[in-house]
Structures are given as structure tokens and as C-alpha cells.
Design a protein around this ligand. Structure first.
Ligand SMILES: Cc1cc2nc3c(=O)[nH]c(=O)nc-3n(C[C@H](O)[C@H](O)[C@H](O)COP(=O)(O)OP(=O)(O)OC[C@H]3O[C@@H](n4cnc5c(N)ncnc54)[C@H](O)[C@@H]3O)c2cc1C
Length: 831
């Protein structure tokens, strides 16, 4: 057996097998896959094999799309038929709101080129008469997908992998990982069957692998322990049942009736498909418990849990309602197996936190659907450095080290329950909250704050009157909260608003090597002492990896602020770069200050007057003037008894300061600001209004306009890129050229709705030219606004485009960058 390989894939389920196949296909010659038992003996063997396209995420839709296309090619390549039944996939709607959801999804699907059709209840009935359509509003139909045999598709990928030179070894369990500075030393134990159990033998080997990928399914907690990291992938019970043949279905098919598509009654929380004359029912019911929170027992092989029919009674009854012929049919078989979940339901795919050349592919709940695309895009990341799509939304580091087993288990149960809920874009999930609260949380709550969770932190989304129900206010159109966000946005434009931005990630980078390091790591000029800069760290492909606001506190000390949601993701990248460069540049200290400093953003025409009431200074009259405190500068000031690191920037594009303060003085500062602001019309403002306002200023946001699929030049950030210096990713950025351009659009949308930032963009002649990445409402222009990427020839100011919303095209025009106050007059105003 080989003991030195380029890449070792651990786990022979659908995911690991696809990764091994695609690494070989991408050109790596020395790839090995180890499986502790038999291929597919994890969750893969008992999956129902459905390939649901539907997913509200851009990255995941691409992954699913690749899989479906790839599986169709496998038979020709390997000679193995994976039983892909292209029966289509019919997603039904019982309510108008569900149709709204499908229309938003459809617009996202168009951005990825995924085909779909709309069907009326009458068309459904005519085509598949056994379906009761009485209470349906309609359906979205994907003609190109269906179901596949999970074990067969895995075996076909394994054969394809072997044909491409991959070594697959079964009955070898990975029991230890050690990084020697350039490769992983992986301790593996030979396993054997004894009395129906899988037991370790005395035989052990150590494999040296340059790269390791873990795809260990339900064993992710053991993998986490072996690696000394956290992986919030914990399985939840998932059942499906198989009925006896349904005589009406059998007769219908014998008479030439077309096979039913995979039917999804989302409002009833289940899927159904045909199986040998009967039906498979797969519910996503309430109260399915998490399992193996502290690790999957070694004795658990291709095992199942007992069926819990009571738990799925409601879904069973609703299947009978939808397919009345199933009422008298008995049960033939049942499956209740562990299905791996993560707190947000998306897999954990990408580099492991803190570790080199260690790649995680864990937490797959739709692993059969995702396997093909996962292998394809992960191989791109491993072989080329980056994938062609931005994989950040799936990155394992979207959960920080604050995450615990209890949090992961309860959130995973919630994610399971939410598979078929209405996926409102303004949804905030409630499990495990509140968890991370800044001191002013109670004060904000008393003022009516409705919170969202960012990286575990509670952050006000908007403020509403007492008794307001955020859940009932959610919508695919303008929800009940919209009017409050509008008032808040107006307050910032007309008087003043106070935004809690405590969730921001904050770092201090200092020491003799700090300046040279940051100069190399980021693309903009470093600021002078006391000044700030907006800058970007790039990927090896020259795309945007992190956005930083950098404050230079002293010659060799920098305060870095980045997006709160991406704290672990950003810090991991920076720390690894520091490790790599310290020998070259000199000592570099990195200190995480995130939970030491709270942040309030005070903005609006009256912001200076409010601060003037609180500032203590030898010359308070001039302390906040442009002369002493110009735009884009930072100063340590005293607001009564609170020491504040004040930064003159405002993400809303209005006169303003970010007030970074000791978190233990937050309530003191909040009270002083709110009291001083009263006569100046100060309003507490949430993240939704802020998101609208920043679009009026064309301020790009990380995770939407900014990501690993666009360079800063494509994002239109040329003024923050210093081409006179060398920085990481520069040449790749230049070589990439301009594939698409970031634009701001003013949109004449439908009555009572704004885009969400997922919609497809079309040219006036009806060709698809791009997609929105942000959307909202502009209080200044009194119409919808959005930002997005279009082909460069459509990016000229004044170009007329169309936005697809609710299955219709609406007029949009490319606005100049920063359509509100393009000369930054209000932000620079003196006083
Ligand atoms: C009842 C049910 C129905 C489902 N239906 C669908 C469906 O219709 N469509 C869909 O897309 N998904 C479905 N799923 C989900 C799907 O089964 C999983 O997402 C998918 O199988 C995950 O594949 P995987 O390769 O990540 O994990 P697994 O298939 O669990 O594979 C992990 C492998 O790693 C091995 N391993 C673990 N640790 C080690 C180690 N230390 N050393 C060596 N080997 C190790 C294990 O033995 C195992 O074989 C269903 C799941 C359930 C429970």
C-alpha cells in the first residue's frame, strides 16, 4: 500500500468519492481514498437519491447544477448505470406566498442557467391525474432533474476515479493526524469484520500526504477531535417510508401514464416519488432529534434507527390528501438514518481553521445532490488555489471558536425543521438566541429593537413599536418592518441615527514587521498615522478575500476593522499569512479585540452637534471640525467619561463617526448619546436601513459585491488599489482583466416590493447580462435600488436594463457610482 501521496481523501461516501475523482480529473496524479468500512456504508447507502435543484444560495445552486449535469455523463465514462431517472421535480405551492418564494428562487436559478417551467394546477392534473390539485396555487417544475441510485452513482464515481489513477483502500480507518511542517502524517488502522462488528486490528501504517480532505459524514465529531478543531456537523434523524404498490398507480402506469416527477409539497413539508409501483414519502417533520452529538459510536455502521411513525403522522396524512390513492396502501419499508446537518443547513467545505493543507468536506444534508459539484469546485480550490465561484458561503470558518456542541446540535435540529419553511429573505431564526449580547442589548430591546444574529451576536435589524411580531412581518415583498426601516433611513439623511455595529471584527496588527506585512497583504496605500484607509486583502487569484478599514495608530501599530459575520474566516487568512511572512518582515503581533470594543456608528447632519454636547477637550469648539478631525481620520477622544477611538467614516454616506469604545462602558455611552441626541432628532437605527443607505452610496458589502469571484477592479474599487506597489494577488488581478463590472441600479420595481439582491439582470433586448448582489429601497430616490454585476458592455452609466422580479421584467438604469451625494459633500461638511 502506498505511504506517500499528494492528496488523501478520508471517507468513501458520495462526497469523498467525488472529491477523489475530481482531484484526479483536475490533474493530480497521486490521490488516495481511505474508507474505514465499505464505500457508501455511511449515510450514502440509505439516501433516497433525490436531486433537488432548489436552493436559495448562488454557490449551492451552481454545485447542484454541476452534479446533475455530471451524473448524466458518468455512464458513458465508466460503463456503470447509476439509475438516473430524469423524471423532473415538481415543487408545489399551496399559497400565494409560496409562489412568491418560487419566483424569487427562479430568478436566482436563472442567474445560474438552471432550467425551470411554471405549471398551473390544471396542467398538473392533466399530466398526472392522481395528484389532488384542489388546494394548489401552482408549481415550479424542473424538467432536467429527478432521482438517482446513491450507491450506484458513488460506485460509478469510484470506478471513474480508479480509471484516472486514484487508489481506493477500504477497511482502513484514519486515527491520527500530525502536521510536520510540509505534509500530514496520517495514522491509519486496518479494520476487520468480527461478529458483525467492525473492529480495529493491530496493523497500523502512517501515510504521508501533502493534502488531506476529510469527508467523514456522521463521524465529523471524531474528525474534529483528531484535528483539535470545531466542526459543527452533527447528524439529525431523518426518515422516509416506502409503501406497498398502489393499485391505482400501477394501473395508471400500465395504461401508459407518465412517471410522476419527484413531488414536493413544501407547505406540507415532504417529498414523494414513485418506487416500484408504490410511493416513497420523505418528510421534514418537527422535533427530529440530533444524534451522536459527541461522536458516532465506532459500532455504528450501515445501521438505522427505529421508525418513529407518530412524529411523521401529519406529513403522512397530508400525503394521503395529495395522493388520495395512497390511502389504502400499506407500508413496505422504512428508513430512519442519520443525516448530517450544520447550523445553517449548508455544508462545511474548504480549508480547515488554523491548519495547513487540510480541507473539510463535512456536514452534507443533500450530499447525493451536492457530491458532483462539491468534488468539482473543491478540486478547483485545491489544485488552482480558487474556485470559479465564490465558496465563502460554504467555508467552514463561517463559525468561530465560540461555537459549542449544544449550539450546533440545537441549530442543526432547527435547520432540519426549516428545510421546507418559507425561505423569507428577511428571515431570522430563533434557536440558541440570544447568545452573544453586547451590554446595550437590553436598552435596545426596550426601545423595540428586532434583532438579527450576526456571527452569534445580536444586532438590531430595525426598531418597531411594542408588541410588533417580526415573524408575522416577514415577506418576499415589503414586509411589515419596511415602514420602520424607511423612517430610520430618513432619520439618518435628515437628522441623525445611532447604529450598533459592535459585531464588527477588530484586530490590532503591530510590531516591527507590521508595516511591511500589511503593505504586502493589502492592495491600498497604508494610511499615515492618525488616518484611515479602506483596503482589500486579495486571494491568489487576485479576487477579494477580505475588506479592511485600517486605522494607523502609530508607525507600527494598526487597528483593522472587518465584517462581523466573517470574523473567523478573515482572521484565519490573516494569521496564516502572518505565519508565512514573519521571517521575511520581522515580528508581527496579532491581537483580536472584537469583544473588547463595542462600536456605535453615529451618522446624520446632526451627528456633530450631538457629539459636541459630549466631547471633553481643551478646545471643544474645534475638536470635531474638519481641521482637527477631517474625514477619513481617527482620534482618541473623550465623550464625557468614556474614552473613545473615534473614526470619521460613515457607511451610510452621511456626516458621521464610528465610536469604538471599551465594551464595559457601552451602556454609559449609549445613555449619554441617546440623551444628547434627543433634541437633535436622534433615532436608533437598525441594519436594514443601513443596508439601503449604503447602496445609495454604492458602498460594496463583503459577501455580496465583494468576494472571491471578483477582483477589486471588477468591483469598481480602483481608487482603493495602489498599482504602484507590489501586493499579494496583484499580477493575478491584472491578468484576470474585467469579466464583469459592479454597478448600482435605480429600479422601477413592482408596487410594494424591492429586490433582495438575488435577481437576474437582462439587457433591453432580453438577453441575460448579470445578476443583482444587493437590493433594497432608496429613501432619497423613492424607488428600489440594487447593486450587482453585469457584463462590462452593459455597465455604462445610463444603460437601460431589466430586473426579473415576480416573473416579470422591470426597468432599471445603471446609475453613476454613489448616486446619492456623488461628491461626498454631506460626509465632508465642516462645522
Ligand atoms: C434517510 C435519508 C435520506 C436521504 N435522502 C437524500 C436524498 O434524497 N438526496 C440527497 O442528496 N441526500 C439525501 N440524504 C443525505 C445523504 O445521505 C448525505 O448527505 C450523503 O450521503 C453524505 O455523504 P458523505 O459522503 O458526506 O457521508 P457518508 O456517506 O456518511 O460517508 C462518510 C464515510 O466516511 C467514512 N469514515 C468516517 N470516518 C472515517 C475515518 N476516520 N477513516 C476512514 N473512513 C471514515 C464512513 O465510514 C463513511 O463511509 C439522505 C439521508 C438520509 C439519512
Amino acid at each position: 500500500m502506498k505511504t506517500h501521496v499528494k492528496a488523501l481523501v478520508v471517507g468513501g461516501g458520495a462526497i469523498g468519492t467525488s472529491i477523489a475523482y475530481h482531484l484526479a480529473r483536475a490533474g493530480w496524479q497521486d490521490v488516495m481514498l481511505l474508507e474505514r468500512d465499505e464505500l457508501t456504508s455511511g449515510s450514502t447507502w440509505h439516501a433516497a437519491g433525490l436531486l433537488p435543484y432548489f436552493n436559495m444560495s448562488y454557490a449551492t445552486t451552481h454545485i447542484h447544477d454541476y452534479s446533475i449535469k455530471f451524473y448524466k455523463t458518468l455512464e458513458e465514462e465508466t460503463g456503470l448505470n447509476a439509475g438516473f431517472s430524469v423524471v423532473g421535480n415538481l415543487r408545489m405551492a399551496q399559497t400565494d406566498e409560496r409562489m412568491d418564494e418560487y419566483m424569487l428562487y427562479a430568478s436566482t436559478a436563472e442567474t445560474c442557467g438552471v432550467p425551470y417551467e411554471w405549471m398551473t394546477p390544471e396542467q398538473i392534473k392533466e399530466r398526472w391525474p392522481l395528484i389532488n390539485t384542489d388546494d394548489l396555487k401552482g408549481a415550479i417544475y424542473h424538467p432536467t432533474d429527478g432521482y438517482i441510485n446513491p450507491a450506484d452513482v458513488t460506485m460509478a464515481m469510484a470506478k471513474g476515479a480508479r480509471q484516472r489513477g486514484v487508489t481506493i483502500e477500504r477497511k482502513w480507518q484514519v486515527d491520527g493526524y500530525e502536521w510536520n511542517g510540509s505534509a500530514w502524517l496520517v495514522t491509519c488502522t486496518k479494520m476487520m469484520d468480527r461478529g458483525g462488528n467492525l473492529v480495529p486490528t493491530e496493523e497500523q501504517i502512517v501515510i504521508t500526504a501533502e493534502h488531506v480532505v476529510t469527508a467523514t459524514g456522521n463521524h465529523a465529531q471524531r474528525t474534529a477531535q483528531l484535528l483539535g478543531i470545531k466542526i459543527p456537523a452533527i447528524p439529525v434523524e431523518h426518515q422516509f417510508i416506502v409503501t406497498e404498490p398502489d393499485p391505482e398507480l400501477v394501473a395508471y402506469r400500465e395504461n401508459g401514464g407518465e412517471e410522476h416527477p419527484v413531488i414536493r409539497d413544501a407547505d406540507a413539508k415532504w417529498y414523494v416519488r414513485e418506487e416500484r409501483g408504490g410511493w416513497i414519502l420523505g418528510p421534514y417533520e418537527l422535533n427530529a432529534p440530533a444524534r451522536f452529538e459527541y461522536g458516532c459510536p465506532d459500532s455504528f455502521r450501515a445501521d438505522l434507527f427505529p421508525l418513529d411513525l407518530d412524529r411523521i403522522e401529519e406529513e403522512y396524512m397530508s400525503m394521503i390528501h395529495r395522493l388520495p390513492s395512497s390511502e389504502t396502501v400499506g407500508l413496505k419499508d422504512d428508513f430512519n438514518g442519520p443525516i448530517c446537518y450544520t447550523p445553517d443547513g449548508n455544508p462545511l467545505l474548504g480549508p480547515a481553521p488554523g491548519l495547513r493543507n487540510m480541507w473539510l468536506a463535512e456536514g452534507f444534508s443533500f450530499g447525493i445532490t451536492a457530491a458532483g459539484g462539491t468534488g468539482y469546485y473543491l478540486a478547483q480550490m485545491m489544485v488552482n488555489g480558487e474556485a470559479e465561484i465564490d465558496m465563502a458561503s460554504l467555508d467552514p470558518k463561517r463559525y468561530g471558536s465560540w461555537m459549542t456542541t449544544e449550539y450546533a446540535a440545537r441549530k442543526n435540529e432547527e435547520a432540519y425543521e426549516h428545510v421546507y419553511i418559507l425561505h423569507h429573505p428577511d428571515e431570522e431564526r430563533s434557536a440558541c438566541r440570544p447568545l452573544k449580547t453586547a451590554p446595550a442589548y437590553d436598552r435596545q430591546k426596550a426601545l423595540g429593537a428586532q434583532f438579527g444574529a450576526v456571527n452569534g451576536w445580536e444586532r438590531p435589524n430595525y426598531y418597531a413599536p411594542e408588541g410588533f411580531d417580526d415573524h408575522a412581518a416577514r415577506s418576499f415583498r415589503r414586509g411589515g418592518w419596511w415602514q420602520y426601516a424607511e423612517q430610520e433611513a430618513k432619520a439618518i439623511r435628515e437628522t441623525a441615527g445611532l447604529i450598533d455595529a459592535t459585531a464588527f471584527a477588530k484586530l490590532r496588527v503591530s510590531g516591527p514587521g507590521a508595516t511591511a506585512f500589511l503593505d504586502w497583504f493589502t492592495c491600498n496605500k497604508l494610511p499615515k498615522v492618525g488616518r484611515i484607509n479602506l483596503t482589500y486583502a486579495l486571494t491568489s487569484a487576485g479576487t477579494t478575500r477580505t475588506e479592511y478599514t485600517i486605522v494607523r495608530e502609530a508607525e507600527d501599530s494598526y487597528y483593522l476593522v472587518s465584517a462581523g459575520a466573517w470574523q473567523a474566516y478573515d482572521h484565519d487568512y490573516l494569521r496564516k499569512a502572518v505565519e508565512d511572512k514573519e521571517a521575511e518582515f520581522g515580528r508581527i503581533n496579532v491581537q483580536d479585540l472584537t469583544s473588547q470594543y463595542g462600536v456605535f456608528a453615529l451618522a446624520g447632519p446632526n451627528a456633530r452637534a450631538i457629539l459636541a454636547e459630549l466631547i471633553r477637550d481643551a478646545d471643544p469648539e474645534t475638536a470635531l471640525s474638519n481641521k482637527r478631525f477631517p474625514w477619513l481620520s481617527a482620534r482618541d477622544i473623550e465623550l464625557m467619561m468614556c474614552p473613545v477611538k473615534a473614526i470619521r467614516v460613515a457607511y451610510t454616506g452621511e456626516l458621521g463617526w464610528e465610536l469604538h469604545h471599551p465594551i464595559e462602558m457601552q451602556n454609559y455611552l449609549w445613555d449619554r448619546l441617546m440623551a444628547a441626541g434627543e433634541k437633535h432628532g436622534l433615532k436608533p437605527v437598525g441594519a436594514r436601513a443601513q443596508n439601503w443607505l449604503r447602496q445609495e452610496k454604492s458602498y460594496r458589502a463583503f459577501g455580496t459585491e465583494l468576494g472571491r469571484d471578483a477582483t477589486p477592479l471588477e468591483a469598481g474599487l480602483n481608487r482603493f488599489v495602489d498599482l504602484d506597489k507590489d501586493f499579494y494577488g496583484k499580477q493575478a488581478m491584472l491578468d484576470t482583466g474585467i469579466r464583469a463590472k459592479c454597478v448600482t441600479l435605480l429600479i422601477d420595481g413592482p408596487e410594494g416590493a424591492d429586490p433582495w439582491g438575488r435577481e437576474a439582470l437582462y439587457a433591453a433586448d432580453g438577453t441575460r447580462v448579470g445578476r443583482l448582489t444587493s437590493g433594497g429601497y432608496s429613501v432619497h430616490f423613492e424607488k428600489s435600488i440594487g447593486m450587482g454585476y453585469v457584463a462590462p458592455e452593459h455597465a455604462e452609466v445610463g444603460t437601460q436594463l431589466k430586473v426579473k422580479m415576480f416573473d416579470q421584467l422591470f426597468d432599471a438604469v445603471v446609475a453613476e457610482d454613489s448616486p446619492y451625494d456623488p461628491k461626498n459633500v454631506t460626509i465632508r461638511v465642516d462645522g
